[in-house]
Design a protein around this ligand. Structure first.
Ligand SMILES: C[S@@+](CC[C@H](N)C(=O)[O-])C[C@H]1O[C@@H](n2cnc3c(N)ncnc32)[C@H](O)[C@@H]1O
Length: 474
């Protein structure tokens, strides 16, 4: 296999934001080349990592021409951290990239412009109000084996501490990048992470070994809110009550303003918080967030949009596009802590939310009461299982709001949504690829009438997309 391809001209982007060009293979036939980090107009030498379905997959080895100007990334971890992978292009170029990704996602799902697979024009990406410190949640892993940079490996004798606290390096469950800085979350995120790193070093606590499955410190979850409330959850990989008490006492003393300080003991092989009891060390089992006109309680296992400022703009744009009226009966599927349901409730007749995580349903019900909203009901369960029965109980809706996880709709959920026969569907998604294929499946019954990509995740190759579907005339 060729290890390096010379002067590949990049012609287009795919739905993952990767550049596509072509090069001659060993038998002199042209083959697709897919290059991470390359953009249309770039001409690059490519280091080939693997071949898949006849295509070369690789990364940029050297530039001949840059179609999109590159800039110095502001984070020292750019080269190693899998997080902010597009810090090296301007914010404007980032938004253009995301627009192209949405367009590509729908093209790849078959939206060719031939009926029924037609689309409206896709407007420019709605930009985020801030490019850094926009996230309200980060999950840092303690790792017994940290990621070593190429320089460190070259100077192998000098490596002392092999432990790390930070993010898993892309594709490596057992390697953690030891963060010195991260620009994604407001304080006290950085201070808490640094304090925990120092504390562990001073007291000699062990870090979790993902291969051997032992180690005291396992995860550090920090959630912040626009109301400057903070939740910190420490996950311990070993049930050592004395050490746990020491860690939590030290954290509580150093950060008296953390309003929800919690811990979890998880000795299972999986990092997930869901199966375990979250114990409150100090404060409340929630923090409160500002979301447009509402105040929302967020509980430890509940999802909330990770860019809270932009979430409100996302909801406002979505509601504007779908158009709601006081008679509308709405279903909000994958309703989380009730953020969308409560955002729309005052403009419609009723809202029924469905959500599978009990902590989120509890928060959603509390949030309805906290905000004095009485025309909403939250049902607990998986959409694919409970939707037909919920529709039976509450009657068919006029509008269905969908905001599923990245995987998109379960086939049974898609069928159940189709059977609702609602007049309008508002589909919000953090993964336009699955969104596009779900919408393609519904295209015989629904026409896409409006779209709006929204940037919720600056510096990353992620994009949120709103699509409005209207039932076709019969
Ligand atoms: C992308 S979040 C959207 C949450 C909410 N709409 C918001 O804006 O914050 C997806 C939500 O779906 C929930 N979920 C995941 N799978 C589900 C399923 N099969 N049925 C119901 N809810 C599910 C998750 O717990 C999460 O709260």
């Amino acid at each position: 296999m060729k290890k390096e391809l010379h002067a590949v001209a990049i012609e287009r982007l795919d739905s993952r934001g990767r550049g596509h060009g072509s090069a001659l293979a060993g038998d002199d036939t042209p083959r697709p080349v897919i290059v991470t980090g390359a953009y249309p107009g770039d001409t690059v030498d490519v280091r080939v990592r693997r071949r898949k379905a006849g295509a070369f997959l690789g990364e940029i080895e050297a530039f001949h021409d840059a179609g999109v100007p590159r800039q110095d990334p502001f984070c020292r971890h750019f080269a190693d951290c899998g997080g902010c992978t597009i810090q090296d292009i301007s914010y404007e170029a980032q938004c253009d990239l995301k627009h192209a990704m949405v367009q590509a996602a729908f093209a790849e799902a078959g939206f060719s412009g031939q009926a029924p697979l037609t689309l409206p024009a896709i407007p420019a990406v709605l930009p985020a109000p801030r490019g850094t410190r926009y996230r309200n949640k980060l999950e840092f892993s303690f790792g017994a084996q940290r990621w070593l940079s190429e320089t460190e490996i070259a100077e192998a004798d000098a490596i002392g501490d092999r432990r790390g606290l930070g993010f898993h390096v892309s594709g490596r469950f057992d390697r953690v990048l030891d963060l010195q800085e991260c620009h994604l979350q407001p304080e006290p995120s950085e201070s808490v992470r640094r304090f925990m790193r120092d504390l562990a070093e001073r007291r000699g606590y062990s870090f979790y070994d993902a291969r051997e499955h032992h180690g005291l410190l396992r995860l550090l979850i920090v959630r912040t809110s626009l109301l400057e409330q903070t939740m910190v959850i420490v996950m311990f990989g070993e049930d050592q009550p004395e050490a746990i008490r020491e860690v939590m006492t030290a954290l509580a003393a150093e950060f008296p303003d953390i309003s929800s300080l919690c811990f979890v003991v998880n000795t299972s092989r999986n990092d997930s918080l869901f199966p375990h009891d979250v114990q409150v060390w100090r404060g409340d089992p929630w923090i409160t967030e500002a979301s447009g006109p509402n105040r929302l309680r967020i509980r430890p296992k509940a999802f909330y949009q990770t860019n809270p400022e932009q979430a409100v703009r996302l909801y406002a744009a979505a509601v504007d596009l779908v158009g709601l009226s006081p008679d509308d009966r709405v279903f909000d599927l994958y309703s989380g802590i009730g953020s969308i349901a409560l955002f729309v409730a005052r403009s419609v007749a009723s809202v029924v939310g469905i959500e599978s995580v009990p902590d989120a349903v509890t928060a959603a019900r509390e949030n309805a009461t906290l905000n004095g909203v009485s025309n909403v009901t939250f049902e607990e369960g998986e959409v694919e299982t409970v939707l037909p029965a919920v529709a039976e109980r509450h009657g068919a809706p006029d509008v269905v709001i969908l905001d599923p996880p990245r995987a998109g709709l379960h086939p049974a959920a898609r069928r159940a949504v189709r059977d609702l026969d609602a007049q309008r569907i508002l589909y919000i998604s953090c993964n336009p690829r699955t969104q596009a294929s779900d919408i393609a499946e519904l295209s015989d019954r629904y026409e896409v009438t409006a779209m709006q990509p929204v940037d919720m995740f600056p510096q990353t190759r992620h994009v949120e997309n709103i699509a409005v579907l209207r039932r076709r005339a019969r």
